[in-house]
Ligand binder design. Structure first.
Ligand code: 5GP
Ligand code: ZN
Length: 114
């Protein structure tokens, strides 16, 4: 997608602190971290929101969770715990319309979330 910030990061057109990459996934540190560890994990495929998921995206969404597990281990937060967040559309706070999972860790999380 030409006008998508995360597609531009995927293409290397916008710099990011990339901590993981494979054929399907990319993970980089959030530019405005909300916790000591705040990583964004994206499928390389452009999908705007959860509402736009198709049946054929099933495997890629599974890989998104498996990548989160891997990154939690890489960041050393698996045992202490971490929060995974996917915002969908404006009211949930989605600001970048390329599906991404937030991995937040390093501080106590409150519930309910804001
Ligand atoms: P959303 O609010 O859509 O769930 O999350 C978008 C996230 O992208 C926000 O946490 C925001 O800080 C992050 N973000 C926005 N622009 C950039 C950028 O240029 N680089 C990086 N690394 N993160 C960004
Ligand atoms: Zn995109």
């Amino acid at each position: 997608m030409a006008d998508c910030l995360f597609c531009k990061i995927r293409e290397g057109e916008i710099p990011a602190d990339i901590i993981f990459e494979n054929d399907d996934m990319l993970a980089f540190r959030d530019v405005n971290p909300q916790a000591p560890t705040h990583v964004l994990i994206i499928p390389k495929k452009h999908i705007s929101t959860v509402n736009n998921l198709e049946e054929s995206d099933e495997a890629i969404m599974g890989k998104l969770f498996l990548t989160a597990k891997l990154i939690a281990a890489q960041e050393g937060v698996s045992d202490e715990g971490y929060r995974l967040v996917v915002n969908c559309n404006e009211k949930a706070g989605q600001t970048v319309f390329h599906i991404h999972m937030h991995l937040l860790a390093g501080r106590a999380m409150i519930w309910p979330p804001g």
